[in-house]
Design a protein around this ligand. Structure first.
Ligand code: PYC
Length: 413
């Protein structure tokens, strides 16, 4: 590594290889167009190329790689969901995540930390027991622990919460992890590009062409592309893109804000979540505390940050960790979360032939990145829904066959 760095520093014509290449022009035709160069879209492109030998693919993004929710989340990875569909899906995702650095030849800084969802009252403890039993049934490591057990891992936690909402126990999920979100997106981009996939940033799709119920192309300011398969992975913009294909959407969009503190020496080895206090916090490999809260309370298509968010969140964090009183918040940001009525995603085929959806990821899209990419690639390649995503079909809202994933959100939404 040191030698490589020296080469880059001192030898002018030793150029760092580009992670992906973009041809200057769009082609007139692609076999598949993926809208959205976030983790999900790029993962789908990677698995289409690697597992299905499909290479004539364009990934288009209105902005830049990973600039949407991929780069705007708090990177928590877990599988302690509630429904059988959710638990199995996210457990498969975690398995893929643990192999992803090797698979993508990119260090994604996967770091297993353990994940505590604190319970401040008896009813939360009851739900935690329910989740733990469901998790164990599907071989996901998860158990309810008492305050002494929490303190053994996180002695800095003020268990009485300043007298406000004393902690009575927690749902503990030992495999809970964090990873570098941008590394995940760039790793998928690198591998997809190596196999011939084209990634075109700053190329918005302004319309989707449909003839006799079949996708025939997409329109961009750089020209019209003819294609018979379009995969939409545009968290925060899904209803707009669905409307281009003539489909109504059950999704509502709410901002989800987050922030980081100035870097501190490592002291927090685990991930702490409190549904009652509406917060989650972990410490990044750079030493910053990465913190977030619930969704903003009103539908809004905006990535603005608010002072109310950061003061409200810090107020709650100080209930748990009062010694952080002098620590500065360095940076805050927001993403736009696609919220579905049952807190489960919308994936797979749609009533428009050749139009595929990877949407409705609410506040839990990052942790699904590898499995969403893999199952969407199978679905797009074969034209039929991968069995692992059948429960997440768009049609469930017509059939009232909802999933009801109450373990989806880290905090109440
Ligand atoms: O579902 O684990 C989660 C999560 C963390 C932050 C937002 N959602």
């Amino acid at each position: 590594m040191a030698l490589r760095l020296l080469k880059h520093a001192f030898i002018e014509d030793y150029a760092e290889p580009r992670w992906f290449n973009t041809p200057p022009e769009l082609k007139k035709t692609y076999d598949i167009v993926i809208i959205g160069a976030g983790g999900h879209g790029l993962a789908c492109a990677h698995y289409l190329a690697r597992d299905h030998g499909l290479h004539n693919i364009a990934v288009l993004d209105a902005s830049y790689i990973g600039g949407g929710n991929t780069g705007r989340n708090t990177t928590i990875i877990r599988s302690n969901y509630l429904t059988p569909e959710g638990i199995k899906f996210y457990a498969d995702s975690m398995t893929l995540f643990t192999e992803l650095s090797d698979d993508l030849e990119t260090n994604i800084f996967y770091s297993e930390r353990g994940h505590f969802t604190l319970a401040h009252n008896e009813s939360t403890l009851r739900t935690s027991r329910w989740r733990a039993e469901m998790n164990k049934f599907y071989a996901v490591d998860s158990e309810v622990v008492d305050p002494d057990e929490i303190l053994r891992t996180c002695p800095q936690l003020r268990i009485d919460c300043g007298g406000n909402h004393p902690i009575e126990g927690a749902l503990f999920h030992p495999p809970g992890a964090v990873a570098r979100h941008d590394a995940v997106a760039w790793g998928y981009a690198k591998q997809a590009s190596k196999r011939g996939v084209e990634i075109h940033q700053h190329t918005p799709v302004t319309d989707i062409l449909v003839e006799n119920g079949q996708v025939t192309g997409v329109v961009t300011p750089r020209g019209t592309i003819s294609t018979r398969k379009v995969m939409c992975a545009v968290a925060g913009h899904t209803p707009e893109v669905m409307a281009m294909a003539g489909l109504p959407s059950p999704i509502e969009i709410f901002p989800l804000q987050a922030c980081v503190t100035e870097p501190m020496k490592p002291w927090l080895d685990t991930i702490i979540v409190s549904g009652s206090l509406h917060l989650y916090v972990s410490q990044s490999s750079r030493g910053e505390l990465v913190m977030g809260a619930a969704l903003d309370p009103m539908e809004l298509h905006s990535r603005r940050s608010t002072f109310e968010f950061v003061t409200g969140l810090c107020d709650q964090v100080l209930d748990l960790f009062p010694f952080l009183g002098g620590v500065k918040v360095n940076r805050q940001w927001a993403g736009m979360a696609d919220m579905t009525p049952d807190l489960a995603p919308i994936m797979g085929t749609t009533p428009i032939e050749g139009f595929y959806l990877d949407a409705g990821w609410g506040t839990y899209g990052f942790k699904a990145t590898p499995i969403a990419g893999l199952t969407m690639a199978n679905t797009v390649a074969e034209g039929i829904d991968d069995s692992r995503i059948r429960a997440f079909s768009l049609g469930r809202f017509d059939d009232f066959n909802l999933v009801g994933e109450k373990g989806a959100a880290a905090v109440g939404h």
